[in-house]
Ligand binder design. Structure first.
Ligand code: FAD
Ligand code: UDP
Length: 369
């Protein structure tokens, strides 16, 4: 259930390696989950659910997806609009020099940070992570307000893992990610999904809430990649998610901004603007951009990493572990703030686990199918 990366990777593995018949159900009218991209009415390739940039350190994940797409090398760059300037984020040597009109070496930038840092004994929150390295001033310029907008929580109320996604550097590396493999599917994510799911054992049912058809379908195993709290009818209460309103715009000019994404960590209601052509490499005389306005209501996009939510999730996880023939995976199924590559790795690992179980079962009791 769920035709995003989590469900589709398992569908592909089960169909092609384990020779299972798979019914893939999604309530949306398309495959690809949140990575779905399409050509808009101006013929520009855009991402429906916000910018998706692929990056991973896992050769296994990169090679696996590489069976279903060619890659276009792409390294994402982000600028932050701070104090009337556009400066690189993650904060690095170039950021400090531009912001303060300095010309510091890497070593001197380290000294600069050390002088400003507000050292913590323990790094528990998303505030601690940043102030521990660069101090309050840079924290307030780059992280505090952006985080408040994105999560409606102060960084001190969020797990350290959230802002730790954007580490500080003392060198001049302006790239947003430093992963070994950084590339975009050459013809887009949706095309990659078409290839992934193109197997005679896979049947796809769109526009369908799985709950409406479960009673009519004969199945042995359910792989569930929707929100785990919804599966259990919210019996332990709702898990909070953060959503986003995406406001897109096509502009009658070839380019809009210098890099893929510009972050707005100050008072604007939106967090960032992304120009898709940087990501996709498409040539077009117009360009499309998307503004992201975080909201509480709407599709569940972001699990919110903090202790009280993990505690609720753990209650659901205990129930999930005892649910017969049902397996939970993906960003919503396991309530984890996972990137695409982590979701693929998680589903590949679950497939291995299922396949091992199957072998044990077949050996002991005859065919399971
Ligand atoms: P999803 O893609 O959410 O798929 C779950 C599917 O289940 C959905 O299609 C949904 O319709 C379906 N579903 C739910 N309930 C039901 C139901 N009752 N019946 C039927 N179907 C149902 N990752 C990166 O690596 N790089 C990025 O740059 C990046 N940018 C992101 C930007 C944004 C704004 C967001 C929100 C996420 C971003 N991600 C990024 C994360 C990435 O989207 C996820 O890691 C990945 O798409 C998760 O895949 P999934 O299959 O777990 O979930
Ligand atoms: N963040 C921030 N300022 C920035 C970029 C990121 O405060 O300029 C914080 C914010 O809390 C954000 C988190 O770091 O939610 C993770 O950033 P990332 O770009 O990884 O977010 P995503 O792409 O997953 O939305």
């Amino acid at each position: 259930m769920g035709a995003g990366l989590a469900g589709s990777v398992l569908a592909e593995r089960l169909a092609s390696i384990a020779n299972k018949k798979v019914l893939l159900i999604d309530k949306r009218n398309h495959i690809g989950g949140n990575t779905f991209d399409y050509y808009n009415s101006d013929g520009i390739l855009v991402h429906k659910y916000g910018p998706h940039i692929f990056h991973t350190n896992s050769k296994e994940v990169f090679d696996y997806l590489g069976k279903f797409t060619e890659w276009r090398p792409y390294e994402h760059h982000v600028l932050a609009s701070v104090d009337g300037q556009l400066v690189p984020i993650p904060i690095n040597q170039n950021t400090v020099n531009a912001l303060y009109g300095l010309n510091l070496s890497g070593e001197q930038v380290q000294e600069f940070f050390d002088a400003k840092a507000d050292k913590k004994d323990q790094i528990l929150t998303s505030e601690d992570v940043v102030v521990n390295v660069v101090g309050k001033e840079l924290y307030e310029k780059f992280f505090k307000h952006y985080t408040l907008k994105q999560w409606a929580l102060d960084p001190s109320e969020l797990d350290a893992s959230v802002t730790a996604r954007v580490p500080t550097r003392t060198n001049k590396d302006n790239r947003y990610f430093t992963d070994k493999f950084q590339a975009m599917p050459l013809r887009g994510y949706t095309k990659m999904f078409h290839n992934l799911l193109d197997h005679p054992n896979i049947h796809i049912m769109l526009n369908t809430d799985y709950k409406d058809v479960m009673d009519e379908i004969n199945f042995k195993t359910l792989i569930y990649s929707g929100p785990i709290d919804a599966y259990f009818d919210y019996c332990f209460g709702k898990l909070p998610y953060r959503s986003i309103d995406f406001k897109s715009q096509t502009i009658d000019s070839e380019n809009y901004q210098a890099v893929g994404t510009v972050n707005y960590p100050m008072s604007q209601a939106y967090t960032r603007i992304t120009e898709f052509k940087h990501l996709t490499g498409q040539k077009h005389d117009k360009t499309s951009i998307v503004y992201e306005y975080p909201t509480a209501d709407g599709d569940p996009y972001y699990p919110i990493p903090r202790k009280e939510n993990t505690e609720i999730y753990n209650q659901y996880k205990t129930l999930a572990d005892s649910e017969p023939n049902t397996f939970f995976t993906g960003r919503l199924g396991t309530y984890k703030y996972y990137n695409m590559d982590q979701v693929v790795a998680q589903s590949l690992a679950l497939f291995k686990k299922l396949n091992i179980k199957e072998v044990a079962f077949v050996n002991g009791n005859g065919s399971h199918r």
